[in-house]
Write a protein that binds this ligand. Structure first.
Ligand code: SF4
Length: 105
């Protein structure tokens, strides 16, 4: 398996929650706490992000959503192992691989 290859089986318990690095649009019916919200360049309400690029609602130590029962609808609809999941995981692995190649240990 190459550095960017994707395993056949995907499991959120063995993932860096890379889907939580995507832009998350928050809809009016979502019940997200206001302190976790931001506004993007287009004026949309989105989940704020931390300094490392993850959603501000993520627990950075365990990579779990801290507002799971209140997470936005778009997060509920995200399909583990679906096309978007596989794409974002592959992009993340590629970035990590490029960084490790650029800054060898
Ligand atoms: S609200 Fe929760 S599930 Fe949605 S992106 Fe943020 S941490 Fe991930």
């Amino acid at each position: 398996m190459g550095a960017c290859a994707e395993p056949d089986t995907i499991d959120c318990r063995r993932c860096d929650a890379v889907c939580c690095r995507l832009s998350v649009t928050v809809m009016p019916d979502d019940a997200v706490p206001a302190y976790l919200l931001d506004t993007d360049e287009a004026g949309r309400t989105v989940m704020a992000r931390n300094d490392e690029g993850w959603c501000a609602a993520i627990d950075p130590y365990h990579l779990r959503c801290t507002i799971y029962s209140q997470r936005p609808a778009i997060c509920r609809q995200f399909s583990m192992g679906g096309d978007d999941c596989r794409t974002v995981r592959q992009d993340y692995r590629r970035q990590q691989h490029e960084a490790s190649t650029f800054f060898p240990t």
